[in-house]
Design a protein around this ligand. Structure first.
Ligand code: URP
Ligand code: ZN
Ligand code: ZN
Length: 490
């Protein structure tokens, strides 16, 4: 076949297990051929000296969403998807967040409309559940899962979103029945609340006390607890934004025991520490996220966990709050650590940071980078094999990386709406120079060539962990059977 719309020739291709030379032939939105010596298509990209990799998938980013603290992020679907594209990510999966008293079905419909109008790249979204009433659990959630929204997040902390253990069991039971993946923000709310209150009473208000209040054991206790709850039904869960050695050890031990627990971490936990919160005045607010930044020991444990497969995905947890009254500093200079919007931007920098600190510094192989940036996300969230791997039949989502390109990260050169980057002035080696989304060259020579609303909604299949057939013990079968029938309200 020599009738390609687009060819990418001369580059080094990588999958999650292998690196090999191949040309890529694309017709329309799909890859149709991958072999050496393909003829040039109507449009040809010379990828000599470049890595030709699956476009990144970011399965944890907050876009046009109100947070657990009630704060609205600064990026909408347009700016967020543009950031993603420039950073080598071709699919994003943010969150449609149900705040209390709202209908999950309506929340999802409203969110879908925002995405449809603005996203420049393909997308899906997860749900965030804060209600466990019969309408949500018996009707809206199962229907949304069946329509291709096959994962959702729950919070064990944040007053506005958190669910208690009883509700968690209800939610886990539905996930087991409907084969959806539950993402868990695991921190013990009462520990954080108790310590925070005592610190504030004593006048300890600076951003660095955010780290003190979100003590490691709050994370590891909640991680342990939700894993135990998931074992009642033998249902897979994914612990998001794992930050600390203790939580990691908890996950590792559970995995050894056969529990179906998966995990994610984020670039900021690998590259920044609690010292970054300890800046003059309120400056440290830029580095407040939950769980908080930890220390060099945690960083090493997280790199090891990515390498060993304890954690499967590296996501941005892009939570774009400006350093002003709309975001980080609602009370100006009087803002205490308890008022600071939690989270930091990272959609665009995620993959350049992982490539530079991982591949260029030889902590990770190229296939490991591909797994953590794309393939594992596709498998974990039901996008595989359409996305996450370059092969005939897959969507033509490609990031062409120049491994030698040096780039300095600054707020001015990134494309988000946040106004600061936690990585200001940091130099990275390796950059996704050219980005192809569904066969369209959307980023080239630093310019965007994609229209608002040109991204497509991708219905997702059953996540890989939920598709695994496991022999259930009699007790698991029994507890699952108790969850059938109408859900009583607590
Ligand atoms: O601090 C964070 N991570 N903010 C974003 C919301 C969340 O919990 O993921
Ligand atoms: Zn979270
Ligand atoms: Zn998050």
């Amino acid at each position: 076949m020599n009738d390609f719309d687009l060819t990418i020739r001369g580059g080094m291709v990588a999958s999650d297990v292998d690196t090999f030379r191949a040309d890529v032939g694309i017709v329309g939105d799909r890859i149709v051929a991958m072999e050496n010596g393909l003829p040039a298509g109507r449009r040809d990209i010379d990828a000599t000296g470049r890595y030709v990799l699956p476009g990144g998938i970011d399965t944890h980013c907050h876009v046009e969403q109100r947070s657990g603290m009630g704060r609205m992020g600064a990026d909408d679907w347009y700016t967020a998807s543009v950031c993603a594209a420039f950073g080598g990510t071709t699919t994003i999966v943010p969150f449609a967040a149900q705040h209390r008293g709202t209908s999950l079905a309506q929340v999802a419909a409203d969110y879908a409309a925002l995405a449809r109008e603005k996203s420049v790249i393909d997308y899906s979204y997860h749900l965030i559940l804060s209600e466990t009433d019969p309408q949500t659990l018996n009707t809206d959630l199962p229907e949304l899962i069946r329509s291709g929204i096959t994962s959702f997040k729950v919070y064990m902390t944040y007053e506005q979103l958190k669910i208690d253990d009883y509700q968690m069991l209800d939610v886990l039971a539905v996930a087991a029945r409907e084969r959806a993946l539950v993402m868990v923000h695991a921190e013990n709310n009462d520990v954080i609340k108790w310590v925070s209150q005592r610190l504030l009473e004593r006048g300890y208000t600076a951003p660095k006390f955010h780290g003190t209040s979100h003590v490691q054991l709050a994370e590891s206790e909640a991680t342990h607890r939700v894993i135990q709850l998931s074992r009642l039904f033998d249902v897979p869960i994914l612990v998001v934004h794992v930050s600390a050695r203790e939580a990691l050890a908890t996950i590792q031990a559970a995995q050894k025991m056969g529990a179906q627990v998966y995990g994610e971490t984020c670039p900021h936990y690998l590259l920044l520490t609690e010292d970054d919160m300890d800046l003059p005045g309120t400056e440290g607010a830029k580095y407040c996220c939950s769980p908080p930044l930890r220390d060099a020991d945690a960083q090493q444990a997280l790199w090891d966990a990515l390498k060993q497969g304890t954690l499967q995905t590296l996501s941005s947890d892009h939570a774009p709050y400006r350093y002003d009254a709309t975001g980080k500093l609602p009370k100006g200079d009087a803002t205490t650590f308890k008022d600071v919007a939690n989270g930091m931007p990272g959609l665009e920098a995620r993959l350049p940071l992982l490539f530079s600190e991982g591949v260029s510094k030889k902590r990770l192989t190229l296939p490991e980078f591909v797994a953590l940036s794309a393939t594992n996300h596709a498998r974990m969230y039901g996008l595989f094999p359409r996305k996450g791997l370059l092969q005939p039949g897959a969507d033509a989502d490609v990031a062409i990386w120049n491994p030698l390109c040096e780039f300095t990260l600054t707020a001015a050169t990134l494309h988000d709406n946040v106004g600061y980057t936690p990585y200001e002035g940091m130099s990275v080696t390796g950059w996704p120079e050219t980005v192809v989304s569904a066969g369209r060259v959307i980023v080239e020579r630093g310019e965007l060539h994609a229209e608002r609303g040109s991204g497509r909604f991708i219905p997702r299949k059953t996540p890989m962990p939920c598709a695994i057939e496991r022999e259930l013990t009699p007790s698991t079968r029994f507890f699952r059977s108790l969850s059938y029938g109408a859900h009583e309200q607590k």
